[in-house]
Design a protein around this ligand. Structure first.
Ligand SMILES: [Cu+2]
Length: 119
């Protein structure tokens, strides 16, 4: 009888472990989803304020619709990033912020403005 209880307990523990691993799967999915679409048009980044987690790699997916030369670059001063945004094409910029804070990103003339809020 004691053996049966021990077996049952063992089974429950194994079931819990399996359930735990099953349950932690959505986390991994979340990581895969750390792509943020940013539209560049009409003088604004949309969204212009992006909250992200510290230490987590993020992909900022820019799509530039504004043909004016003003929008042709995006600059992340604090991350030493300055990248051309081709018109009507997707451009991914990967960033892994290692410190909390607020970081600006702008076009080269600083007319387009956005901020990356790292928590
Ligand atoms: Cu500009």
């Amino acid at each position: 009888m004691d053996n049966l209880i021990a077996n049952l307990l063992g089974t429950v523990v194994i079931a819990l472990i399996i359930w735990w691993f099953w349950y932690s799967k959505p986390e991994a999915k979340k990581l895969k989803d750390s792509v943020i679409d940013i539209l560049v048009d009409n003088g604004v980044y949309e969204p212009s304020r992006i909250e992200i987690e510290v230490g987590k790699k993020i992909s900022l997916r820019f799509l530039r619709k504004d043909a004016s030369p003003c929008a042709e670059k995006v600059v992340f001063e604090d991350f030493d990033i300055s990248t051309d945004l081709p018109l009507n094409e997707i451009k991914d910029i990967e960033i892994t912020p290692d410190k909390p804070g607020e970081y600006r990103f702008t076009c080269q003339m600083q007319m387009y403005q956005g901020s990356l809020v790292v928590k």
